[in-house]
Design a protein around this ligand. Structure first.
Ligand code: PMP
Length: 392
């Protein structure tokens, strides 16, 4: 049987059109993008095109695009850059960082590390059973702050696909005089996202979630927000002085092309993938008892379904449905034998979280694959349930 990849939220395959652009950039272009000679200028022009393509995808300004090595680094720059800036400029009232309980580890752990180092007060907003940030809790947290305030809340959750009310959050943060950072890694390219219309000050994104290269991403900010940050990487002063290091031109070109394709194809892809995802879930629900969808099913990414198969351990299901690939918990946390912190924060028990599998579809997922995958998952869940009941 052919391999079937349903783990796009962990990492999407690189689009051949992007691969071609990266190969061309690596073959035809060389020289340092900072050099004044024609070789350097050509590299710089390629980077400028990519800035426009990335800015266009998120509704930001090309001059506000800071290229990084991915969303992890972009998130570190936003949070760390804010906390460093604030501790230097404010003597008495310490800054406050507010995040949510379901952020990616590159926000959650960074925030914890900054708080542990005494660089900020940390407040973590809970989420509702549907997986949305609890707005009432968020309001009371942001209103109680003195001094600098940065709020970091993700646009779409990687595990459930649940979409937060970003415009509403940005508005309440601004009313409290703070800056709003949004980790939009999972949302950009999948649904319309316009940081200017939404009111985001800083936005993180990543190449490999939009069928681009891994190891390249960006923090996109308004001029005012970027001016408040301190560098994450010190050196020759590249990227507005915030992220030094000779630019990864080929990767950046790839991110730019990937952003353009993702933006162009987003409306049709959202519709196609939503229909495929719904057909997949319906097929499983039709064949299996006790299938529960985790997270709000109305306001979520069209490509994602997080399903609990009661009585079947998710890791055992994943092993038995191979070569169909999906994931249990977030890929970035596998290795740890803890249940998904996202699902437990939503109120699921440890057992329920351990029985939950995330399926995420993408550009190269076909209807035929979905049919085969559904059959394989049904067989795997039945088998695991049977084995579990025999052992019990
Ligand atoms: N934020 C979110 C919401 C993510 O899903 C991921 C990737 N799992 C990241 C940040 C980190 O992105 P990268 O792999 O580019 O470091």
């Amino acid at each position: 049987m052919n391999e079937i990849y349903l783990d796009y939220n962990a990492s999407a395959p690189c689009d051949p059109r992007v691969t071609e652009a990266v190969a061309k950039a690596m073959t035809d272009g060389f020289g340092n993008a900072s050099s004044a000679h024609r070789f350097g200028r050509r590299q710089d022009a390629a980077v400028s095109d990519a800035r426009e393509q990335v800015a266009e995808l998120v509704g930001g300004s090309p001059s506000g695009v800071i290229f990084t090595a991915g969303a992890t680094e972009a998130n570190n720059l936003a949070l760390g850059g804010f906390a460093a800036a604030d501790s230097e400029t404010l003597s008495r009232a310490q800054s406050t960082l507010v995040t949510s309980a379901v952020e990616h580890a590159s926000v959650g752990r960074t925030a914890e590390a900054l708080a542990a180092a005494g660089r900020c007060h940390l407040q973590i907003a809970p989420v509702t059973p549907g997986g949305f940030v609890d707005l009432e809790a968020l309001v009371s947290m942001v209103q109680a702050t003195e001094g600098g305030l940065l709020v970091s809340v993700m646009a779409a959750n990687s595990e459930t696909g649940v979409l937060n009310p970003i415009a509403e959050i940005a508005n309440l943060v601004h009313e409290a005089g703070g800056l709003f950072h949004c980790d939009a890694t999972q949302m950009v390219g999948r649904l319309p996202f316009d940081m200017t219309a939404l009111g985001c000050d800083l936005v993180s994104l990543s190449g490999h979630k939009v069928c681009g290269p891994t190891g390249v991403g960006a923090l996109v900010g308004t001029r005012e927000a970027l001016a408040t940050l301190r560098p994450a990487v010190w050196g020759g002063g590249h990227e507005r002085g915030l992220r030094s290091g000779s630019l990864n031109v080929a990767g950046i070109v790839g991110l730019g092309v990937a952003a353009e394709i993702a933006g162009d194809e987003q409306p049709t892809e959202a519709e196609r993938l939503g229909a495929l995802r719904d057909r997949f879930v319906a097929a499983l629900e039709g064949e299996l008892a006790d299938v529960v969808q985790n997270g709000d099913v109305e306001r979520r990414l069209p490509n994602t379904a997080n399903l609990r198969f009661s009585g079947a351990d998710a890791d055992a299901v994943l092993v038995n449905m191979d070569p169909v690939a999906a994931s249990a918990g977030s890929a970035c946390s596998t290795g740890a034998i803890e249940p998904s912190p996202v699902l437990t924060a939503m109120g699921l028990s440890r057992d329920a979280a351990f029985e939950s599998v995330r399926f995420s579809l993408g550009r190269f997922t076909t209807a035929a694959e979905i049919e085969v995958a559904a059959r394989e998952v049904v067989t795997a869940v039945r088998y695991v349930r049977l084995m579990t009941s025999e052992v019990a």
